[in-house]
Design a binder for this molecule. Sequence first.
Ligand code: ADP
Length: 505
Amino acid sequence: MVEPLRVLFVASECAPVAKAGGLGDVVGALPKALRKLGIDARILLPRYRFISTYGMDRHIEPLAVPLGTGEAWCALFETTLPDSDVPLYFLEHDAAFDRSYIYDPPDGYAHDNCARFGLLSRGAFMVSRLLNWIPDVFHVHDWPTAATPIMLNTCEDADPFRRSASVLTIHNIAHQPRFPASDLPLLQIGEDQLRPDSVEDYGRINIFKGGMYHSSMLTTVSPRYAMEIRTPDGGAGLDHIMRFRGADLLGILNGIDEDVWNPATDRAIPAHFSAQDLSGKATCKRALQQELHLANDANVPLIGVVSRLNSQKGTDVIIDSIDELLALGVQLVMLGAGDRVLEERMRARSLNSKSFRAWIGHNEALSHKIEAASDLFLMPSRFEPCGLNQMYSQRYGTLPIVRAVGGLDDTVENLDERTGHGTGFKLQELSKKTLVETVAWAANVYKNKKPLFRKMQIAAMQKNFGWSRAAQSYAEVYGWALQRKRGTAFSTTETNEDYSRYAVN
Ligand code: ADP
């Protein structure tokens, strides 16, 4: 019998146990969909302080992970991803991971992130050895685990990993911490890698960059973003590598977890609804208006925002435009955390406002309530690798107002009033003027063209945003990665769904 393809996700985040953004959503959902295709997908994460190991199995064998000139002694815990059969491993090392944050403390920097995530990246190999489960593919995510592909080509290039390939998914090319060159020995990847076509970046170490050179295949999270990062405007200084590796770079649109984000079953919202019966959505709107002390008005357009607060997301332009937006006769609810100045401006503007509410911080339940209650969802990102909230919104019949960029452009169809087709409203350039004009257009359709708005809602809710399509594409990418690593030839154009054939031993 042929063994199923083995894929180890090595990641810094995984929803719902540890999530800072969309990366965590992908790692928490894609392995489930891959297992449905017969792929043995598993996940390795750090055991952060907020993750309880209560009830998990602890592996009793000692686990030493090389780090610098010594070894870091770790523990390994095993459980399964909630509501799934996906094995989920936690690498425990208190000095590195027993912290209340994933990347950096609030208002500061963790100065040892090269060591922390270097430990996780190398830990992937030691954990595989300990489990006697050698992955065919290491699937790594953004800079935190980009050292794994480098290690696979350097300090771990011998048996048992000689035939293992790597796939690096770029969730956001702009996040590229640089570490001092003196950190390089920590990773044990050799001084010779301190060169511009590996980790060296103007005298410092850029692990993400090195991973881009060393991975067997590269993916990113939408087709449009895969094009944008090949350009100087979108490549955050690494566009030349994206062009160099262009033949190995593929954009695969993220799916969403349709079980978690389902208005017919969502436990966080006060009433359920579907494309066939939208009446529960009105109940959700009334409940949110009540909860946030907004006027109880079924006809006022309610606009939601759920976002990290930073310039990527264009939330600064939303905050600049609040007066003009409210003058359109809308209610605006913003949930977000991030940039302290933006947080403060939101808080101040929210005080005594009749129709604007700000909620500062991370609040999973409120994010569901906002998606369910709002009529429109605002997401005018300056760049957006994929974006999830515009997909959640469409699923909840909440029409997104987005900038035509990256995954937002790929997943939202702009309303064409002549044909009545569309699931949202798009602006091209981002400015106060274009933002207010586009919101005015959307509010007008909501108020004065109700049948058209309803038709758009139903079209949006009926779209397929599940993971199965993406999982098929990733399975093909794993095949190509193995082909590059092993030089084995097989057809990638067959539609045969038996992906075990990729596990050529
Ligand atoms: P990014 O990964 O760039 O932050 P995405 O749209 O891809 O953006 O994913 C963001 C995820 O984080 C979504 O699941 C969104 O609902 C969630 N999110 C962002 N900010 C908050 C918040 N303040 N409270 C709750 N969830 C949030």
